[in-house]
Design a protein around this ligand. Sequence first.
Ligand SMILES: Cc1ncc(COP(=O)(O)O)c(C=O)c1O
Length: 435
Amino acid sequence: MTDSSVFYRSRKPYPTAVRGEGVYLYGAGGRRWLDGSSGALVANIGHGRSAVAEAMARQAHELPFVHGSQFTSDVLEEYAARLTAFLRLPGFRFWAVSGGSEANESAIKLARQFHVERGEPERYKVITRVPSYHGASLGALAASGMGARRAMYAPLMNEAAWPKMPKPDPRLSGEADAERLRAVLEEAGPETVAAFICEPVVGASDAALAPNPGYHARIAQICREYGVLFVADEVMSGMGRCGAPLAVRLYQEEAGGDLNPDIVVLGKGLAAGYAPLAGLAASPELYATVMEGSGAFQHGFTYAGHPVSVAAGLAVLEIVEREGLPGRARAQGGRLLAGLRDLQGRHHAVLEVRGHGLLLGVVLGDPTTGEACAAPGLAGRVAAAAWERGLITYPGTGAVDGVRGDHLLLGPPLSITDAETDELLAALDGALGAG
Ligand SMILES: Cc1ncc(COP(=O)(O)O)c(C=O)c1O
């Protein structure tokens, strides 16, 4: 569109979307796509739910905006109480922002401030994993173990502040896998480490990779031992997408009850795309330390706790609870995973399928060697073939070494039906066959 004034994300041509309904998006010419990735794993309740639109309109009429340094609002108070109850995080405090990157920036700063307030100002490093994705803003990007997205901005980052731990290894027991954190802590100097951040089920950087049971409980234990905060980035995996309110508790029987990270970071499915909304839930101890210490979180955004976004979040949460969407994610996820296993049997470019609930990954590679392709591109080609067949997927590269490794992330709205799941699988079958 040469006559456009829009700064597009890339030079490819973009179709114009005009309407969304359920799992479908409609283009200007009447074309229809099945949203097999909920955008970027966002549209958890499906498109076009008028109850959410009406709640937002009511809020915009009544109280569209207040600044977080001056007011709270009824809608924010109610939402924080209902959200922390849904997540079973009693006593936790919810800090609302506009996107996952802002939420991770907030988590990093809160972890740092907590240690300063406690009289341990030497703690500032944040250990993260490779690969991982925590956001696009510079702090969240520095935390991210994603070579390709990071490389250009590396001169702006202090690498020493972000020690990296290897990704989960499914060949190890969850406990042995988690124990590898000790070596990273010792190398970094445990007395200098403020926090460890991970995605309980990895999203965009490594297609739904998850550790074995016992991993997160042991991580939480090691973090406690070293006085390091455990931050679970559930921006993608949380809010029911993996079949439970929080993915970090997927194996909570093994953990012997509720496993509470010190900070849980949320986004995407919170308002399911109806409004920009993300945030963090901080443990009672963290909140008390800041409030009884200097008395204020040294951080803030103009749109933090925006009433219209929060009203969208509240209406979405009501739907998630009323329709039992975490349970639906488990059921439909099982159906989709079984269908993907069937595709794996017929398409040798599918090396692995995995995931939890409706956060599923399809690892692609060279059908003759069964290894990652020498050059990336396969995921993009399969995603393009799926797009032509009316299916939206979320392709990614670089999980093996930052460059090699192709995958697709699949994550339709949690409200998807059996027939729509079968339609998704048929389109993907065709796309894999076209490659
Ligand atoms: C796990 C995780 N954290 C953080 C982010 C960043 O969120 P946002 O794009 O809303 O800033 C993402 C986005 O994909 C994500 O998947």
